[in-house]
Design a protein around this ligand. Structure first.
Ligand SMILES: [Zn+2]
Ligand SMILES: [Zn+2]
Ligand SMILES: [Zn+2]
Length: 723
């Protein structure tokens, strides 16, 4: 290069991979090339976005610099390749047609919330898209939920049957238009149409009725969040007794009337993913008591599609927005399916004729340790990948049993499906199989290896066993920490703290309170909770009093134990040993009379954390080496003495974090990785991280995937590199 005079022409080919399609990248490159005076072309290929640019050395340097700095906000570049070519003396800069060659490796984009420009047009009576519920542009709109195949072009989406009108076509083909190559581009003349009226739906909500709305990733059930009887109806019909419901607020201003919102939380609410953000509610508002009575948080989201904007503008009050299904079933996406399945739940339907290709729930996010932590990863995040350090074999990871997600490994990228859910029902297992077929088709991926959980009875494991492919069984808690280490790119040895409700251990017992010394792919289990028996096995997961009976039995002898399970414990029949911290939470919640059951996973632990409230103390129950017997003795003495509940709850949490500090100090490892459902507990996670960091440790927690079993597939995929 340097041997050539600066004025000489050079030609540079740049290939970008990642989320570079459907984000306005080509028009951006086109504009940039014109501004910097370069010639050449840009095209979308199935291997990525390819640019060939010709000009002087200075022009090309300027172009590359600005390409990185000014690229579209929604784009994610995971790989960049540059090659110098001989100048061709090209004239002008062109956008070439997509090449549909082999090797699909382009990232599919998640669905993006309505942008400010589109929102403005939506409420502008002079605009031709005034009050049009399906407006979108290159910066916003559906993606993952409408794409059938890649490359991401209109014929490969559920918009293929809507022919662009002349005005829309003009926008679509004009590189300087915001809608240039916006695949779902549409207007009232040529685009999808609403079936039903927004005013009628708003009226129905006001009357306390349940409205089924066809959203972006499936149907949602909406109800006026201020009417306890309407909320009760929804709970009854959906068979959802106590699990908190999420709210959609008409505006950020109104959300502020109901919740405390920090600037970082505002950013999350208004982000392109527009997830449900868990916020602290303000006291004394008119939100019905039964919306989320057993949670210290309110799950809040803002309108994220034009249809939501229009409906919420009409309502101007907060509504519950929950997935359109009966509990434990997948979310409904097709109109006929929804009317059949939601009959008996919904009183009123608001639908449209734009097909949804795949179901995608609303994502759930909470601010933890100052940044976003994902608790449910779906709309707005799926199917973005996690980039990992080492190349992986062509692996399909089928996840766990609860909060299932699946993943595929392609080179150094792991692409994760959206949240599928618990695999308890036939419908859910169908959705699981669809998600696998779907991910593989979308990425033209043929797995050569399947990674699954060690648990012999998981539906996902059974599927893997029947797949006919070579099988890698991954221990649950190792997969947890591997996932967290991978997404944080942790290098060198570390202490993996893997705490959750249940997972199958290497010794056939139920683990869930594990410490691993991890060195490369070697996991040494250096500490664990003192085991206790789960009387009745799985029944103990739902009924925390059983765990309580067991720790009482062990601490004080058979006479002290609950007589309902005393004989069972004495004989050791149907008693499964466990080291699960989640089950210890259940036991303590039961002994403090906070909760005797889990009506949804982790409920008792959540209620116990709530009890701490604003109390701050360093007092802790004795818990030497994970032995809970002195802890239980002191706790019961406290209860006897009438000690306040918040103090008992705090002392229990502090005992757990003291144990983490103790093991970390003994392990002589400077890096600590937290994973597992227990780390959804914000009090424990934040304080343990804080105290470890003040002692010189580096602490890693989940960011891109959930700490619960929703993140397991990533860990399984990553651990396949050892094969
Ligand atoms: Zn837009
Ligand atoms: Zn049109
Ligand atoms: Zn787990």
């Amino acid at each position: 290069m340097s041997a050539v005079a600066n004025s000489a022409l050079h030609r540079l080919r740049i290939t970008l991979r990642g989320a570079v399609q459907g984000v306005g990248f080509r028009p951006f490159v086109y504009r940039l090339a014109n501004e910097t005076g370069l010639t050449g072309w840009v095209l979308n290929s199935s291997a990525g976005l390819v640019v060939e640019a010709e000009g002087s050395e200075a022009q090309l340097a300027n172009f590359q610099h600005r390409l990185e700095r000014e690229r579209p906000k929604a784009s994610v570049v995971t790989m960049r390749e540059t090659t110098w070519l001989a100048a061709e003396g090209s004239t002008g800069f062109e956008i070439l047609a997509s090449d549909a060659g082999s090797g699909k490796t382009v990232t599919v984009l998640p669905d993006l919330a309505t942008c400010a420009d589109c929102r403005e047009e939506l409420f502008d009576p002079a605009n031709r898209r005034f009050e049009y519920p399906f407006t979108n542009c290159t910066n916003c709109g559906p993606r993952y939920t409408i794409v059938r195949d890649i490359p991401y072009d209109r014929p490969n989406t559920s918009m293929r049957d809507f022919l662009l009108c002349p005005a829309c076509r003009q926008e679509y083909t004009n590189p300087s238009d915001r809608r240039f190559h916006a695949q779902p581009n549409a207007c009232p003349v040529c685009g999808p149409k609403l079936e039903g009226a927004i005013e009628d739906a708003a009226e129905a909500l006001l009357d306390g009725e349940i409205v089924a709305l066809k959203g972006i990733g499936g149907f949602q059930l909406l109800v006026d969040a201020r009417q306890p009887s309407a909320v009760a109806h929804l709970r009854e019909r959906k068979h959802r007794e106590e699990k908190p419901f999420a709210l959609m607020m008409p505006s950020l201003e109104m959300a502020r009337d109901y919740c405390e919102i920090s600037p970082a939380e505002v950013e999350l609410l208004e982000s392109q993913a527009a997830p449900i953000v868990l916020l602290r509610p303000k006291p004394g508002t008119d939100i019905a008591w039964n919306v989320a009575h057993c949670s210290p948080y309110r799950g809040v989201m803002l309108p994220y599609s034009p249809l939501h904007h229009l409906l919420m503008e009409e309502c101007r009050f907060p509504v519950i927005a929950t997935s359109g299904n009966r509990s434990d079933e997948p979310i409904a996406i097709a109109n006929e399916e929804a009317t059949a399945r939601l009959k008996g739940i919904a009183d009123h339907f608001l639908m449209h004729n734009r097909p949804i290709v795949r179901a995608c729930d609303d994502s759930v996010v909470r601010l933890t340790r100052g940044s976003a932590g994902i608790l449910r990863r779906a709309r707005g995040y799926a199917p973005l990948g996690v980039h990992v350090r080492e190349p992986l074999p062509a692996v399909l990871a089928v996840g766990g049993h609860l909060k299932n997600t699946v993943a595929i490994g392609i080179g150094q990228d792991v692409f994760l499906s959206q949240h599928i859910g618990d695999l308890d029902t036939i419908e859910a297992r169908g959705a699981f199989e669809n998600a696998i077929a779907d991910l593989c088709r979308l990425y033209g991926f043929k797995p050569e290896l399947v990674a699954c959980d060690l648990h012999p009875d998981y539906a996902s494991t059974t599927w893997a066993e029947n797949s006919g492919l070579p099988l890698l069984r991954v221990q649950h808690h190792q997969a947890h920490v591997a996932a967290c280490a991978a997404e944080n790119d942790v290098q060198g040895e570390y202490l993996g703290v893997s705490w959750d409700g249940t997972g199958y251990g290497l010794d056939g017992t139920i683990w869930g309170g594990e410490f691993f010394h991890v060195n490369e792919d070697r996991y040494e289990r250096i500490a664990h909770l003192r085991p206790f028996g789960l009387p009745g096995g799985d029944a103990a997961v739902r009924e925390g009093w059983r765990s309580a009976a067991s720790v009482i039995f062990e601490t004080f002898g058979p006479e002290a134990a609950d007589q309902r399970v005393r004989v069972m414990l004495q004989r050791g029949v149907s008693v499964i040993p466990t080291t699960s911290v989640g089950r210890l939470f259940d036991a303590v919640a039961s002994l403090t009379h906070v909760a005797q059951q889990n009506r949804f996973e982790g409920q008792a632990a959540m209620l116990l954390e709530n009890e701490i409230g604003t109390l701050r103390t360093d007092e802790a129950y004795p818990f030497p080496g994970g032995d809970w017997r002195p802890l239980i003795q002191t706790l019961l003495a406290d209860r006897q003495a009438g000690t306040a509940l918040p103090l008992m709850a705090a002392r229990f949490h502090n005992a757990l974090l003291a144990w983490i500090l103790e093991v970390a100090a003994g392990a002589r490892l400077k890096q600590v990785v937290f994973s597992g459902g227990v780390f959804q507990n914000r009090y424990l996670t934040e304080r343990a991280a804080e105290q470890l960091e003040s002692r010189g440790f580096t602490v890693y927690t989940h960011r891109q995937v959930p700490p619960n079993d929703g993140g397991i597939a990533l860990g399984q995929a990553v651990l396949s590199r050892q094969v």
